[in-house]
Design a protein around this ligand. Structure first.
Ligand SMILES: [Zn+2]
Length: 636
């Protein structure tokens, strides 16, 4: 028993335990916790239950033991102290985990009925020697309900001689009834610089030489956890002995060499795709995990951006050794801040692909190629000047603001023209980076078709070339319902040509859309119908002789719903008949005709966009080419 930590120097003790803080002054990175606890102890207002939360390795269990020492130390008089003496029996035994009144319980394995009963019984007894009986429960979120209940009873009426210190990485799993009875402390991730400082202290005490790069790499890899930092240090010392170099540390920890990362980032910024691929090949051959490499590249690019933006004031923000800072600054000097941000964003998107991909190497390579081949950025003022010129040429002053949804539902709206995608002329194989600029000029909120004066309007049909959406009934009626006596819409131009069929279908689709609002299943039956006749007096709908849809359509309740819709549409006592005989007029169904009319309208719209003066002018000014015309998804 006793302080065997210092009595057995020969046997190897892992650094995390050897340099475990013995007082709150030694506890690094959690000064807010240390200060609050010290104050509470000083003024004699110590809670009877504490909850320490935070990710692993940030000092929760260590702090629990420190607090236990503070509460039970007898070296500083008869009261708890914020600065335990480290000499008395409780101090020494708690440090060694051997104090009979300070019980350390692992929540994950403390769930049996017997254990809980023993705990409950034990709580009633006074401490054997110390001032308080202290229960330190680690991973407390793993406790069973029975164990919680045992604690809860005590927490509701705490005996003055019992203190609880709960520690957990997952505070959201702790019952609220417990939470509300604890004083809670949130442990933070420890800053990289703080970890680096502690590593230097430990290395100095151990008599091990090190360079900046080795410490910076270790601190970075510890990712905020002091315990991780210490175990990584153990690992590195086992490999390197009493002299640490950045290169060795990187090798042991599997971190890609900074030089390679720097070269890679340099090639990326300089647009050299081949060099990028060679570096990746090098790293892959050395057996590096490419997902980790990708993370490192991302971090490196972040540092370059930060350095570019903040200049020399960025140094504290970088977590890098001095020589690394020099590299980063040199790279930052080579490129424009906007370009660097663009590379970072592109790479960040690629990062997700790499991590998710079953083929991380290929995903990484493609990301690098795409970014290395990015087209140059045009300065913003130049773009603005070109835009201004574009507006002047169009002669209309500033563009009118988008009118948005106010026009929704009106057939005169041809809203389907979407964004126009272009790429720089002469570099057509390059990725599309100018899209944003042109999309600005031809924002899809401002349909191009508003300014298309010369779009050919097919006569006798209401289908404007851009109106690829089905036409609402309200818009069709005024055109279609001709003066009384008109025999048939389908033959209004005197011939039963394809246009007549199309018109009939347009009218019928308008009716179907009304039906679909209340009876979508019934409307879909009639997608398979052909319209054999459609007038105010009579509507004849055709189906194939063996058609299942036809049989459904003949059902009285179905026919009734359709009849009512047709009558409502025409405002007349129209008769509706279902014709199952073959060859009674056109067999073009609503669905087929609708697809054909959409296709036709889309082709016309594309031609209209291509020839639109605004688009022609924009392509000329920005040196682009028309890649693709996209239409908004049709709302059916
Ligand atoms: Zn003491």
């Amino acid at each position: 028993m006793g302080a065997w930590v210092s009595e057995r120097p020969v046997s190897y003790l892992v650094l995390a335990r050897k340099y475990r803080p013995q007082s709150f002054e030694d506890l690094v990175g959690q000064s807010h916790v240390a200060l609050t606890l010290a104050n509470a102890i000083a003024v004699g207002r110590v809670a009877h239950a504490f909850l320490f939360t935070g990710v692993r390795g940030v000092g929760k269990t260590t702090s629990a033991r420190l607090l236990a020492k503070c509460l039970n130390c007898v070296g500083k008089g008869g009261q708890p102290t914020a600065t335990p003496c480290q000499e008395c029996a409780p101090c020494k035994e708690i440090a060694a985990g051997a104090d009979i009144d300070v019980q350390e319980i692992d929540g994950a394995s403390y769930n049996g009925v017997d254990e809980v009963r023993r705990l409950q019984e034990g709580l009633n007894f006074r401490p054997a020697r110390d001032r308080f009986k202290i229960y330190i429960v680690d991973e407390v979120h793993m406790l069973s309900n029975a164990a919680w209940n045992a604690f809860l009873k005590t927490l509701e009426e705490p005996p003055p001689h019992v203190k609880f210190i709960f520690a957990t990485t997952e505070v959201h799993k702790v019952p609220v009834t417990i939470l509300s009875r604890c004083q809670r402390f949130d442990f933070r991730l420890i800053a990289t610089a703080t970890i680096a400082g502690r590593l230097r202290e430990v290395l100095a005490k151990e008599g091990i030489a090190c360079d900046d790069l080795s410490v910076a790499t270790l601190a970075r890899e510890a990712a905020g956890s002091m315990r991780d930092a210490m175990s990584l240090l153990d690992q590195v010392i086992a490999f390197s002995g009493d002299r640490l170099t950045g290169e060795d540390v990187a090798r042991v920890l599997g971190v890609p060499n900074r030089r390679v990362l720097h070269d890679l980032a340099g090639a990326l910024v300089g647009g050299d795709a081949t060099a990028c691929l060679l570096r990746i090949d090098e790293l892959a051959n050395q057996g590096f995990d490419l997902a980790q490499v990708t993370r490192e590249i991302l971090r490196h690019l972040r540092n370059v951006v930060v350095s570019k933006v903040a200049g020399s004031t960025a140094r504290p923000l970088l977590d890098l050794a001095d020589e690394e800072v020099r590299d980063v600054e040199a790279l930052a000097a080579l490129a424009d801040a906007d370009d660097l941000v663009r590379i970072y964003q592109g790479f960040s998107r690629g990062y997700d692909d790499v991590v998710r991909s079953g083929q991380p190497r290929i995903a990484l390579e493609m990301t690098l190629i795409r970014l290395a081949r990015r087209p140059p950025l045009l300065p913003l003022d130049e773009l603005l000047a070109r835009l201004g010129e574009l507006e002047k040429r169009l002669g209309g002053g500033p563009p009118s603001p988008p009118r948005g949804g106010a026009r929704g539902g009106s057939t005169s709206t041809p809203p389907q023209a979407g964004s126009v995608t272009t790429a720089s002329r002469g570099t057509s194989s390059r990725p599309v980076m100018t899209r944003g600029a042109l999309a600005l000029a031809t924002s899809s909120d401002e349909p191009l078709s508003d300014r298309v004066p010369e779009v050919p309007q097919p006569k006798g049909t209401n289908l404007s070339p851009l109106a690829v959406a089905p036409l609402p009934a309200s818009a069709v009626v005024p055109h279609r319902v001709e003066p009384a006596g008109e025999e048939s819409f389908g033959t209004s131009s005197g011939e039963a040509g394809s246009r007549g069929i199309l018109e009939s279908l347009v009218v019928f689709r308008a009716i179907l859309r009304r039906i679909a609002e209340s009876h979508p299943a019934i409307a879909s039956i009639f997608d398979h119908a052909s319209v054999r006749e459609i007038t105010r007096e009579r509507v004849v709908l055709g189906f194939g002789p063996q058609s299942f849809a036809g049989a459904q359509a003949k059902e009285p309740e179905v026919l009734d719903i359709v009849t009512r819709a047709v009558r409502a549409y025409f405002g007349a006592p129209t008769q509706v008949a279902i014709d199952l005989s073959a060859g009674g007029g056109s067999d073009e169904t609503v669905a087929v005709a609708a697809a054909a009319s959409r296709r036709e309208a889309s082709e016309k719209a594309r031609a209209a966009v291509e020839n639109h003066p605004l688009v022609v002018e924009a392509l000329r000014l920005f040196g682009g080419e028309l890649r693709e015309v996209r239409f908004r998804e049709e709302e059916e």
